[in-house]
Design a protein around this ligand. Structure first.
Ligand SMILES: *Cc1c(COP(=O)(O)O)cnc(C)c1O
Length: 372
């Protein structure tokens, strides 16, 4: 089956005696055992639940993995991946990560005795050169959030394989509708499902998808042992949102293209991987089905950018992105404020739009009015 069909027709309730056509919400902490010595497929919500099981099977299918794991947030999913690295281990990560990922690596990771090197993930040779004997994880985003720099996933997977280090791609900005990093050789995919996968801005969730059973077993262990699995009702919400992933993203991307091309006529720097002069646009086109819904731009000063953000009416000023409602964010003071100012590589006047499914004319008019 093709992806559109698999989004709408997952096996929502395997074994359900009533043949529910949408995922039943198994709102129960425990499952009665057959006897003291014999349990069923589920025993305790933290370890697994049929609502979550159906969602995880669908997530694994969409990304082409052997298993997937749903977590309470994208950061919880990343945190589970970081557990693959023992104390004394070393992580190589892209140098313009999401703020929360930066904090996880540099604050929590440091407390766990894990060292992190941030390198330019658009340069495979730089990643190769950063590998040490104790490197246990390579973590990249492509396109990165919010600079939209493109990492060549296939090239990085080759390097990771050669050094026998797992490559994890945070594919929050693409979702399986646009890119399937496991097909390109990555070992793990992480999603903040809060963003594109849910698509309605009404649930916080994350996912890890593993290509091989070995890594999957290690993530499964962490999910149960640390207890950050996604709750049944949130699994239901995410399942519901995911059905329209393809139609939402096709429309959102078309709108993003209209917005990006319009802004590129007015402003000196606009980032959207669908613009022909976007650095790495050719690599992105090879590994993804579309440029995505994020459009970043600069205005020349923080004051001007803040004023533009405040004047916008069709773009709600929110952290997060990927909802079918358009939003705007000033990453330096919002989504990426958790990065130490000294380590921040973002222009302070960078504005990030997440383009929704509204009428694009309304969006362009709003931007023109706000830019003055
Ligand atoms: C938002 C985001 C995360 C974190 O996800 P949460 O659901 O907010 O915990 C991780 N990576 C990227 C690229 C993100 O944009």
């Amino acid at each position: 089956m093709k992806l559109h069909t698999r989004l709408v027709q997952p096996d929502v309730a395997p074994g359900d005696p009533f043949h529910a056509s949408t995922p039943p919400i198994y709102q129960t902490a425990t499952f009665e055992q057959e006897s003291a010595l014999h349990g069923g497929p589920y025993d305790y919500q933290r370890s697994g639940n049929p609502t979550r099981g159906a969602l995880e099977a669908q997530l694994a299918d969409l990304d082409g993995g052997c298993r997937a794991f749903a977590f309470a947030s994208g950061v919880a999913a990343l945190s589970a991946v970081l557990r693959l690295v023992p104390a004394g281990g070393h992580v190589i990560a892209g140098d313009d990560l999401y703020g929360g990922t930066w904090r996880l690596l540099h604050r929590i990771g440091r407390d766990l005795g894990i060292a992190a090197d941030l390198v330019d993930a658009t340069d495979p040779a730089a990643v190769d050169a950063a590998v040490r004997a104790n490197t246990r994880l390579i973590l990249v985003e492509s396109p990165s959030n919010p600079l939209q720099r493109i990492a060549d996933i296939r090239a990085l997977a080759g390097i990771a394989t050669r050094h026998r280090v797992p490559l994890c791609v945070d594919a929050t900005a693409t979702s399986p509708w646009l890119c399937r990093p496991l097909d390109l050789g990555a070992d793990l995919v992480v999603h903040s499902a809060t963003k594109l996968l849910s698509g309605h801005g009404d649930v916080s969730a994350g996912a890890v998808v593993a290509r091989d059973p070995d890594l999957a077993a290690r993530i499964a262990y962490v999910q149960n042992a640390e207890g950050a699995g996604l709750a049944p009702f949130d699994c239901f919400l995410l399942s519901r949102g995911m059905k329209t992933l393809g139609v939402r993203l096709d429309r959102q991307q078309a709108n993003a293209g209209i917005v990006a091309r319009h802004l590129a006529e007015r402003l000196p720097w606009v980032a959207w991987p669908g613009l022909p002069d976007h650095p790495g646009a050719d690599v992105h086109a090879r590994q993804a089905r579309g440029p995505g819904v994020l459009v970043s731009f600069t205005t020349g000063s923080l004051e001007r950018s803040a004023a533009v953000v405040d004047r916008l009416r069709r773009f709600a000023t929110c952290v997060s992105f990927g909802s079918l409602r358009s939003t705007v964010c000033l990453p330096c003071t919002m989504s990426h404020a958790s990065i130490d100012p000294g380590a921040r590589r973002l222009p302070p006047d960078l504005v990030r739009l997440s383009v929704g499914i509204e009428d694009p004319e309304d969006l362009v008019d709003d931007l023109d009015r706000a830019l003055g």
